[in-house]
Design a protein around this ligand. Structure first.
Ligand SMILES: [Mg+2]
Length: 210
């Protein structure tokens, strides 16, 4: 059954599912980064998500925000590099914004994605159109804010926004991030970080959909 709200425990289980999905997608992420960058994104994300699982599995959390913040810290301290900083910031900034809430409902999901996008843009300096993860993250946040309903509906909207943003990033010429030196040669492929964001949002959607 579709979830209107998630408890801290359900949020933890959802993010363990996200970690498993990213670990499974390592070859896809490696290929995506190899096409436009140095190919290290898949391995980096896999390492980060293994650290996330170590911190989340079997642990109790006081609220959903703390689950996301713990996830972000685990990624920052285990991944290193630009991806560790920006993906760690995504979860930490989003989680911090909702740490006063005992459950993850529709409003908290929208706040999470908005603050995650703001935090990543502030931390990494990329704007929409630069062909980075921001091009999946900002449409996810906008779709989440524009939707109404409980957690399942908002997370579904975010996933749809991320998917269309990832696809749109194929037609962008990189001006920041992994592919900025490629210029027009970056056309036709999505940004690897945007692919990661689409996998993360799709897994959260599927978990909340029950
Ligand atoms: Mg790379």
């Amino acid at each position: 059954m579709a979830k209107e709200t998630l408890t801290a425990e359900e949020t933890r289980d959802m993010m363990i599912a996200v970690a498993d999905a990213i670990i499974k997608a390592e070859p896809i992420l490696t290929d995506a980064d190899r096409a436009l960058g140095d190919g290290d994104h898949g391995i980096g994300m896999e390492r980060g998500m293994n650290a996330v699982k170590e911190k989340l599995e079997g642990q109790d959390f006081p609220n959903p925000g703390k689950v996301f913040m713990t996830m972000g810290m685990a990624m920052m301290s285990s991944m290193g590099g630009a991806s560790g900083a920006v993906f760690g910031t995504l979860f930490r900034a989003g989680g911090k914004a909702i740490k006063g809430s005992d459950t993850l409902g529709g409003a908290e999901c929208a706040t999470f994605w908005r603050e995650a996008a703001e935090g990543v843009m502030e931390r990494g300096g990329a704007k929409p159109g630069d062909k980075t993860m921001v091009d999946a993250l900002v449409p996810a946040a906008e779709a989440a804010e524009g939707a109404s309903g409980g957690a399942a509906e908002i997370l579904a909207a975010a996933a749809e926004g991320a998917e269309s943003g990832k696809t749109a990033s194929e037609d962008m010429i990189a001006t920041m991030g992994r592919a900025k030196t490629l210029g027009e040669k970056s056309l036709g492929k999505p940004d690897a970080g945007a692919v990661s964001v689409s996998i993360i949002t799709a897994t959260m959607r599927d978990f909340a959909a029950g």
